[in-house]
Design a protein around this ligand. Structure first.
Ligand code: UT7
Length: 325
């Protein structure tokens, strides 16, 4: 027997306003054809007045608690991944904690940009397995639209806003049983040499401003495919599984071509890859839990499935996690 973090339920939230590619073409020199062909994106959700990272995160967290059938008061850990917090401090996780009414436990934010949810899941998993907490909310939430340069067509068409959440619980499981639920293996990486390829050109301590997203897309693309294929193999090896064992891959949704190229490298059929980039665009830390919840709610991902989560983003940071849901 060993302690594992088991996923009890998931939830997600999106802003009210949908912005289709045709509308983007009225703002910058772009076309629906270019965006669809190069990225697979057809639309994104953009936060309006009154919608912030914490409001989206709280809505997603409530939905995850409902799906898990547990009371908010039973949550003793909130780990929230975001690059777009409501305030520089305190952590957005503490705002969510107060809105949910589960004050008193542990609550903090994680900054690993698009890999944030993987980093948050791994952190919560470690804390649950060492007994620091019993039941956690792991949230990825972003209002990336607020750090976009709406005159830069090379970035503004790519991103969107949203939030996703899961409830994780520490459970004693028989880990000799291949069907035992929970997070089985996780690997995280970072390489700080690539800051200038994907970054925000402002910050509290450097410019005293919030800044805007800057990206050298082609270079990021190349690194993403290589790093993701490598970390997926690492996790499979750590778990003693092969890609043939995987029921579903839930990848970070940056670009359909990255999802496709990564799946090919691992001989994974395209129909095992959950794709929501067409609807949500790149929602950074929110993209993995949003995609997971979408596939749980539409009935594709079922209890007992073996699911691989993976993401890569600014830093660079990247990681993957294999879980029996
Ligand atoms: O979430 C974190 C990880 N982020 C990513 O994984 C993003 C990775 N990168 C990508 O997804 C792709 O590199 C992009 C979608 C950003 C760009 O696609 P690409 O096929 O690499 O295009 P490119 O950057 O090589 O640009 C090709 C052309 C350029 O024109 P020239 O120089 O060939 O004349 C761009 O100026 O497309 C032009 N272009 C656009 N045209 C119409 C760039 N953005 C646009 C646009 N509309 N929105």
């Amino acid at each position: 027997m060993s302690v594992r973090s088991v996923i009890l339920g998931s939830g997600s939230a999106l802003p009210k306003r949908v912005v289709r590619n045709a509308e983007m073409a009225t703002m910058v020199d772009t076309t629906d054809e270019w965006i669809v062909e190069r990225t697979g994106i057809r639309q994104r959700y953009i936060a309006g007045e009154g919608e912030t990272t914490s409001t989206l995160a709280t809505e997603a967290a409530r939905a995850a608690l409902d799906a898990a059938g547990v009371d908010a008061k039973s949550i003793d850990l909130i780990v929230l991944a975001t690059a777009t917090p409501d305030q520089t401090f305190p952590a957005t996780a503490t705002i969510v904690q107060d809105k949910l009414g589960c004050n008193g436990g542990i609550a903090f934010d994680i900054a690993a940009v698009c890999s944030g949810f993987l980093y948050a899941m791994a952190t919560a998993d470690s804390m649950l397995r060492t007994g620091m907490a019993r039941r956690a909310l792991v949230i990825g939430a972003e209002t990336f639209s607020r750090i976009l340069d709406w005159e830069d067509r090379t970035t503004c068409v790519l991103f969107g806003d949203g939030a996703g959440a899961i409830v994780l619980e520490a459970q004693d499981v028989d880990d000799t049983d291949p069907m035992a639920p929970g997070l089985i293996a996780t690997r995280l990486h970072a390489d700080g040499a690539h800051n200038e390829m994907l970054y925000v050109d402002g910050g509290v301590s450097s410019t005293g401003t919030v800044g805007k997203v800057r990206m050298r897309g082609r270079e990021v693309f190349r690194h993403a495919v290589t790093n993701l294929a490598s970390v997926l193999s690492e996790v499979l090896e750590a778990a003693g599984r092969t890609s043939a064992d995987i029921d579903w891959v839930v990848p970070h949704q940056a670009n359909y071509r990255i999802l496709d190229a990564t799946a090919r490298k691992l001989d994974l059929p395209a129909d095992k890859v959950i794709v929501t980039v067409d609807r949500h665009a790149n929602t950074s830390a929110a993209s993995v839990p949003l995609a997971f919840d979408t596939a749980v709610k539409d009935g594709r991902i079922k209890k007992g499935d073996l699911v691989m989560f993976e993401a890569m983003g600014g830093g660079f940071t990247w990681g993957a996690c294999l879980a029996r849901v």
